[in-house]
Ligand binder design. Structure first.
Ligand SMILES: [Zn+2]
Length: 505
């Protein structure tokens, strides 16, 4: 199946055929750097990060542009509040954004242009719009005249009359139509400013993206992304500017928009006081849990980032990590042997790996349905667990191959989504284990345990528990289990013997 994407412009799913097959151009509106990014922003960047990764996984060469809006009203207002220069605010929060992007594991875009470094390109588009009589200057400001652009409203699917219905009374009398929007704004003292044919001033927000996308992707490119809240007016205005200033043709072939974020039952909004910053969630849960949570819902649907969902995502992530851990333990702990071979189970595992890859591709090809793609990964995890539980400790060569293959598919598919399966290193495990292991081991093993490895002591203690269980000595068996569980070590009894891990690792 070939990739199909839902296009906001046509309001339907379409086959994805880039203008140049070998090179996909994708532009995503980046942050306005006046604050730390919240979970809503992060969800959009994560969605397009996965879209970018999947296009590359599918063999496309992608030029991915994600800008930094470093001149805008919100930055100027924040600077006034703090009594500092706007440039200082922009620098501080650009740095913070880069930290958060790295924390989230976002792939670096091909280009990350800053608005303030493209003022010349913006002025050039505005000049073209004035020449084509689509824009007009008044008192040092320049406005786009929406009634002169016939397609205005085509992305938001609204007519100018619809828009006027929500109009407020205090319309600027200098505008020819209430919906006309600023391309250039004259600057007040103390505001960032540049020289222009209309006097010193600064660009409007919308023109920034038209200029930067044209510079790096050319007029007419494949994918433009952003959150649904940007459809109107931001993206509608980008279309008017870019198509208005060009000789013809359409600005963007596929418009992709991501859904909004809820916290529990509520919308996440400043006015509700429930805005969660990405850095706080990252510090607490790590990037893979957040990525997995974001991917568990289709990118266009609203998503809940409440505590229950975080808990679910943590458990889901642990399931994948545990499957890999169990495969590795099984591969390490047995030598090749054809004893106890079960060819049917081996075949079932091999076809499960194949099916997971196919279903993953079909899901992602269907407008990047990450929820279904994750389901194919979890189906494979289930098959792996079934195989390990139903299989004798001795593995045939075929069984080893099937397990290694299943592990490879898990890494490939999670990797395509930007998820990392992190198994703690043996040395790390040693450091993470509590000192209480010594106390328990000394008591249970009745031996001197000073200097022994904590990992080995746990293995010995668990071996003793097996002996106790075989003798129906439940008191000792329970004492050992409870002792380990109390210090945060989880035990899982499998047909091949007990397995343990540090809770949450
Ligand atoms: Zn934009």
């Amino acid at each position: 199946m070939a990739l199909r994407v839902f296009n906001t412009l046509t309001r339907r799913k379409e086959d994805f055929t880039p203008r140049e097959p070998a090179r996909v151009g994708m532009y995503v509106c980046g942050p306005t750097v006046y604050n730390y990014i919240h979970v809503g922003n992060a969800r959009t960047y994560l969605s397009f990060d996965v879209i970018y990764r999947y296009l590359k996984y599918g063999g496309h060469d992608v030029v991915y542009v994600r800008n930094i809006t470093d001149v805008e009203d919100k930055i100027i207002n924040k600077a006034k509040e703090e009594g500092v220069e706007p440039a200082e605010i922009a620098e501080r929060f650009t740095r913070a954004f880069h930290e958060d992007a790295k924390g989230l594991g976002l792939a670096k875009p091909t280009v990350e242009p800053k608005a303030t470094e493209h003022i010349r390109e913006m002025i050039s588009i505005i000049k073209r719009l004035i020449e084509k009589d689509l824009a007009y200057a008044v008192d040092g400001d320049v406005y786009f005249e929406v009634t002169k652009f016939p397609g205005y409203g085509k992305l938001a699917n609204r007519t100018l009359e619809d828009m006027r219905a929500g109009e407020r009374v205090d319309v600027d009398p200098r505008k020819r139509h209430p919906m006309d929007f600023a391309l250039w704004k004259s600057s007040k003292p103390g505001e960032p400013h540049w020289d222009s044919p209309w006097g010193t001033g600064r660009p409007g927000w919308h023109i920034e993206c038209s200029a930067m996308s044209e510079k790096y992707l050319g007029m007419g490119f494949d994918i433009h992304g952003g959150g649904q809240d940007l459809i109107f007016p931001h993206h509608e205005n980008e279309i008017a500017q870019s198509e208005g200033a060009s000789a013809g043709g359409s600005f963007v072939k596929y418009w992709l928009h991501g859904g909004m974020v809820n916290i529990g039952e509520e919308k996440m909004a400043k006015s509700l006081g429930n805005v969660i910053l990405v850095r706080d969630l990252l510090a607490e849960h790590g990037k893979d849990v957040l990525r997995l949570l974001a991917l568990s819902t289709h990118y266009r649907s609203p998503i809940d980032f409440g505590p229950d969902k975080i808990k679910e995502a943590t458990a889901a992530y642990d399931r994948v990590v545990n499957a890999v851990r169990r495969i590795e333990r099984r591969l390490d702990s047995t030598t090749a042997s054809s004893f106890g071979e079960n060819p049917q189970a081996v075949n079932a595992l091999s076809s499960a790996s194949r099916r997971a890859r196919e279903e993953f591709g079909a899901a992602m090809d269907d407008d990047f349905n990450t929820a279904a793609a994750l389901a194919s990964i979890f189906e494979l995890v289930k098959e792996i667990n079934m195989f390990l539980e139903g299989h004798d400790a001795a593995l045939s060569m075929e069984a080893r191959d099937a397990l290694e293959d299943a592990r490879g598919v898990l890494f490939e598919l999670t990797g395509a989504l930007g998820l990392e399966i992190k198994l703690p290193e043996e040395e790390d495990v040693e450091d993470l284990l509590p000192e209480a292991v010594y106390t328990l081991a000394a008591e249970v093993l009745k031996a001197d345990v000073v200097g022994a490895s904590k990992r080995e002591l746990i293995d010995q203690v668990l071996a003793l528990r097996e002996v106790a269980r075989s003798k129906k000595d439940w008191v000792t068996a329970d004492f050992i289990r409870k002792g380990l569980v109390d210090m945060g070590i989880e035990i899982e009894d499998t047909p091949a013997g007990p397995e343990w891990r540090i809770r949450g690792k």
